[in-house]
Design a protein around this ligand. Sequence first.
Ligand SMILES: Cc1cc2nc3c(=O)[nH]c(=O)nc-3n(C[C@H](O)[C@H](O)[C@H](O)COP(=O)(O)OP(=O)(O)OC[C@H]3O[C@@H](n4cnc5c(N)ncnc54)[C@H](O)[C@@H]3O)c2cc1C
Ligand code: SF4
Length: 326
Amino acid sequence: MRDFAYARAADADAAVTLLADRPDARLIAGGTDLLGLLKEDIEHPGLLVDISRTALTGVSAGPDGLVLGALTRLSDAAAHPLVRAAFPALATALEKSASPQLRNLATLGGNVLQRTRCPYFRAETDLPCNKRTPGSGCAALTGHQRAAGLFGTSDACVATHPSDLAVALAALDATVLVRGARGERALGIEALYAPADSPPHVEHRLEHAEMITGIRVPATPLAALSRYLKVRERASYEFALVSAAVAVTVDRGTVSDVRIALGGVAPRPWRLRGAEQALRGGPLTPESVADALATELDGARTLPGNAFKVPLVRRTVVRALTGESP
Ligand SMILES: Cc1cc2nc3c(=O)[nH]c(=O)nc-3n(C[C@H](O)[C@H](O)[C@H](O)COP(=O)(O)OP(=O)(O)OC[C@H]3O[C@@H](n4cnc5c(N)ncnc54)[C@H](O)[C@@H]3O)c2cc1C
Ligand code: SF4
């Protein structure tokens, strides 16, 4: 690990000022992702701005729904009665993330900005990776592809975003609250991530001197019915191969409203708006869900090592929405 300077920010304004003064500064919250990247020399900031002691913690009910402080620990958010009662997909996504020890340290803001688990980005530092070394190539295109994405990928990078929380937030139309040198703004969770035509090393739309201060989730009847289903290689302490956050209301036998977001398949949480639209106004059965997914899945960009994810997405979404196996 290289040497770096360290400063503790008392609040969000102090953090933003420290960032604005130093182009080589980075925020550190729980450190559960960033410290690993420092040790592997994948990131090498000159200054770490520690925001872990700021008061941006807690869960509350505001006029627009749930408000979660960006520095809230995953374990605290998952255990909160408000989250458990009215946003079950959120609670499950958080509970199924990482391990109890990590959840006690990791924060919500850090979780949605964690970096990909692509093995070539993380460990194989002698192999090409456009995300780690722009312009070097992509070892995953001819290598291990089990973690590779189906949507929003390119010839330059096929990595996926590993956050479970972000998938649940996408299904629930959450907004990220951001503070920067020029004031405050709010971004839809999907808009937090870089547009599809961005180079692989550009992953989000925050400016250098901006930080996430909170997350707002609309409280709706749909949110209270939401569910999160995570499929992984082992039952705990593992990232998703595929996950689905869903919510659906059925009125007199027809779907009145529905949300579907996927994890493990794209460089950001991936909403299936076409399938949602196809389901509205029709019955909710394993067959109708599979039919609604067909067009979306036809657009999947598969590689030999990840084509299994297409049927896995279908099965995961059918089960999450109907409780039945296709
Ligand atoms: C072994 C292991 C297993 C894991 N399994 C899962 C899993 O199954 N599911 C899952 O979702 N995650 C998993 N994780 C990831 C873990 O949840 C994240 O590392 C954690 O949530 C990151 O939060 P943090 O507070 O530690 O972030 P940090 O490591 O402190 O920061 C991460 C990034 O976010 C930036 N950042 C942090 N806070 C802010 C803010 N408020 N505003 C702007 N930028 C900010 C930092 O600059 C840094 O770039 C796993 C991690 C490990 C090590
Ligand atoms: S998929 Fe992306 S992160 Fe993985 S090796 Fe290719 S460029 Fe790097």
